[in-house]
Design a protein around this ligand. Structure first.
Ligand code: ZN
Length: 453
């Protein structure tokens, strides 16, 4: 290990982790929390270079746990810390955490980067956010980049670990994660003050969102599984998130808490693509003319859209809350559909919509027979090419033309977003006033300002 400390006598390090969780327990954010705590307690940390990072990656990638999240910690370590020792501390903490929680360390990914992360790691982030990343691609990339270590070897988890290090967001949100005491995690029911959660987002000073799903009366910030998280509060300001801790009143002992900077609720995975590029497991938006709309039994809406490069099938599921708008779309409307692509049984790619932007509505006309110029009654056709006749007074004419009327549309152009109850991690929920804030790092005066270590 030949990494040297910089002239300022401190060394920049980024630690990325992914897949330290499973359906049976553990949590990747918690593993990072433990590493952070260990490095802090041992006095390794000279300076934090950013908030801890929590990124959500492509939700369409198969074989991932539900959240598809990865984490990173960026810091400067003191001059008396040998890089080898740092690597040992990190891998020891991760492997003991993962083997306690899961009993299997084969999937976990750990990446450590010394110095400033190469831009190519940002490319890995973008690819992992919007596409399926092959391990061969990752291997080729890291062979070319200096300072990248994969101390536990190359696994699927390394994709997320490197992506988390590579992320440099332009828009961010924050999440406060509170961890349960190890004696209770996975063993007892979570105990939180639901009334406080219900009112939290209604207090504007806290800048929180989606703490509670008022539409369906659900405490969406409280996980239900065996993982160690008591709750996760999302917000736009890290300092104000710390303030919610005293408001929330926990009814059980906690291990600690941490504030992450995240790409959640930014819609960053919705990149523009042509219909032909929307292959299975990719994310993106396609804008085009609606060709067909059909409402299925049960309420899901199936559409077909043509963007000039081809036709793409699009589905809007009822759970998104967007079918009430999608079912009102008509042939000729110009719409941007954003979502993730899945392969249906015929292996045909189908875009599963997360949100809709209506760009232009087609005008539809209602054609009616003219009114009788003599008595004002609605006339009838006198037969093909024979004009109209009045059923009331018998007047006939072949010079009259049909009346046309513009049909009113019950939709208007604009963006239609999912509500908190149905929005996925990366989607912008309709309750959020803006899609994230600038990602500026304000270095805390004390580590304890943002971290309950
Ligand atoms: Zn008449």
């Amino acid at each position: 290990m030949k990494v040297r400390h910089s002239k300022g006598n401190s060394l920049k390090v980024a630690i990325g982790i992914d897949s330290a969780d499973s359906l049976y327990g553990g949590c990747t954010t918690h593993a990072l929390y433990r590493i952070f705590k260990r490095l802090y307690v041992k006095g390794f940390i000279d300076r934090l270079l950013d908030y801890p990072l929590l990124i959500r990656l492509n939700p369409a990638v198969p074989g991932k746990t539900r959240g598809n999240g990865a984490v990173a910690l960026k810091l400067e370590v003191s001059e008396n810390v040998a890089p080898d020792l740092l690597i040992e501390e990190v891998t020891d903490e991760v492997t003991s955490y993962v083997s306690r929680a899961l009993g299997d360390v084969s999937k976990v990914g750990v990446a450590i980067v010394f110095g400033d992360p190469d831009n190519i790691l940002y490319d890995i982030y973008l690819k992992a956010l919007t596409d399926f990343v092959h391990l061969d691609y990752v291997k080729a990339v890291i062979d070319r980049v200096k300072g990248v270590m994969l101390p536990l070897g190359l696994s699927r988890g390394c994709v997320g670990a490197l992506a988390a290090i590579g992320w440099r967001g332009t828009r961010c949100t924050y999440e406060l994660l509170v961890y349960r005491h190890p004696l209770n995690a996975g063993k007892t029911e979570r105990s939180v003050d639901v009334e406080r959660l219900r009112s939290l987002d209604l207090i504007p000073e806290y800048t929180t969102f989606c703490s509670y799903d008022h539409e369906n009366e659900r405490d969406v910030s409280v996980p239900k599984g065996p993982d160690p998280i008591l709750l996760g509060i999302r917000g736009l300001d890290p300092e104000k998130l710390v303030g919610t801790l005293s408001y929330l009143r926990f009814k059980e002992p906690i291990e600690g808490w941490i504030i992450f900077k995240t790409n959640q609720a930014t819609g960053d995975h919705m990149i523009p693509r042509a219909s032909v590029e929307l292959k299975p497991f990719r994310t993106g938006c396609v804008a085009g003319r609606v060709e067909e709309v059909s409402v299925m039994v049960g309420g899901d809406v199936l559409l077909s859209v043509d963007d000039g490069y081809g036709r793409l099938r699009v589905v809007v599921f009822k759970e998104t809350g967007l079918t009430r708008y999608a079912s009102l779309l008509r042939r000729g409307d110009v719409v941007r559909f954003c979502g993730v692509v899945k392969a249906w049984s015929s292996l045909e790619p189908v875009l599963h919509v997360e949100y809709i932007e209506i760009l232009d509505l087609a005008t539809s006309y209602l054609r009616m027979n003219p009114k009788c110029p003599k008595c004002g009654k609605r006339m009838k056709s006198a037969g093909k090419g024979k004009g109209y006749k009045c059923p009331s007074c018998g007047f006939r004419s072949s010079n009259l033309t049909p009346e046309t009327r513009i049909l009113p549309r019950e939709l208007s152009p604009g963006v239609y977003l999912p509500s908190c109850g149905s929005a996925k991690h990366l989607s912008i929920p309709e309750q959020l006033p803006i899609a994230g804030v600038d990602c500026v790092f304000r270095e805390p005066r004390h580590v304890s300002d943002f971290y309950g270590l």
